[in-house]
Design a protein around this ligand. Structure first.
Ligand SMILES: NC(=O)c1ccc[n+]([C@@H]2O[C@H](COP(=O)([O-])OP(=O)(O)OC[C@H]3O[C@@H](n4cnc5c(N)ncnc54)[C@H](OP(=O)(O)O)[C@@H]3O)[C@@H](O)[C@H]2O)c1
Length: 265
């Protein structure tokens, strides 16, 4: 099965490339998703599966660069989808917990209404919409708080930070390792799963709880409120994704986020 993988140097793309056999893995220099030539490139590769692991992921910067975020996260996935449709290929695409506004008092299920608070979330939601509208075979995987042993992420930031630290304790989510995501994505493709899916480990925490789990109970970390840590983009107070549909499709319980973290260190 010939796979075209975008974002090969990203957190998830890097893990995926190592799990796939027949893969054409590309970075921005091979194909810039904010530019022209996407359709022609795909037509020349003729993949059976396209995995789009590339994205504009700078949540705060996106507030000042709305057009750039929309080109990569909103418009490009639509072009990938049109080409997937033309080829009869499956498009696997990642989306985000930040499509939700965080007002719900329980984990978000796939059918909950999105209402993004910021430009990043809005651009990712537009990507979802265009993929669905194309009518191509697709699997949209929403995930959250992605980290791993390489890349730019909260896990490495905490490990390299000098204590004492102040970390936000009123945003709830599910830390998800890039390897967890890549491994389960491959299983979902093998099982021919299509549609929209929330894929995260089980359980949930706050950024403060995540930091404590990374650095240990004796670490010097003070919990603070979001209002004490100003960022350009507003973030949802609750972006916990419900993974029960993924568990049913994958045929078993997904591990707790703490045991997924333990496997990364
Ligand atoms: N990170 C998270 O916490 C998180 C949370 C929820 C959902 N997600 C979603 O999960 C997916 C994977 O995220 P990730 O954490 O692996 O992202 P990442 O580490 O930021 O990697 C994204 C990759 O996309 C590439 N890219 C950006 N703009 C591009 C362009 N114009 N043309 C071609 N390539 C471009 C980047 O290349 P450069 O290095 O050249 O910029 C990078 O290799 C994304 O869809 C993301 O929205 C992530």
């Amino acid at each position: 099965m010939r796979v075209l993988l975008t974002g090969r140097d990203g957190q998830v793309g890097w893990e995926l490339e190592r799990l796939l056999d027949d893969v054409v893995a590309i970075d921005r220099t091979a194909l810039d998703l904010s530019g022209r030539g996407i359709a022609e490139f795909i037509a020349s590769v003729k993949p059976e599966v396209i995995i789009n692991a590339a994205a504009y992921t700078a949540v705060d910067k996106a507030e000042a660069e709305k057009d750039a975020a929309m080109r990569v996260n909103g418009i490009a996935p639509g072009i990938l989808a049109e080409e997937a449709k033309r080829l009869g290929a499956l498009l696997v695409h990642y989306s985000t917990d930040y499509v939700f506004d965080g007002e719900k008092q329980a984990p978000y299920v796939e059918d909950d209404a999105p209402n993004p608070l910021g430009a990043y979330g809005a651009s990712k939601l537009e990507g979802e919409r265009r993929i669905r509208a194309s009518g191509c075979r697709h699997l949209i995987v929403r995930t959250s708080w992605v980290y791993g042993a390489r890349g730019r992420n909260f896990f490495l930031t905490m490990r390299n930070a000098r204590q004492p630290l102040r970390v936000v304790d009123d945003q709830h989510g599910v830390p998800t390792s890039s390897r967890f995501l890549a491994e389960h994505t491959v299983s979902l493709i093998d099982k021919k799963v299509e549609g929209l899916l929330h894929l995260v480990p089980s359980g949930s925490t706050t950024w403060y709880g995540f930091a404590r789990q990374i650095l240990g109970e004796k670490s010097a970390i003070t919990p603070i409120r979001s209002s004490e840590y100003q960022t350009a983009a507003r973030r949802p107070a609750n972006s916990v994704l419900d993974n029960r549909k993924a568990q049913a499709l994958l045929g078993g319980a997904l591990p707790d986020w703490r045991s997924v973290l333990a496997a990364v260190r």
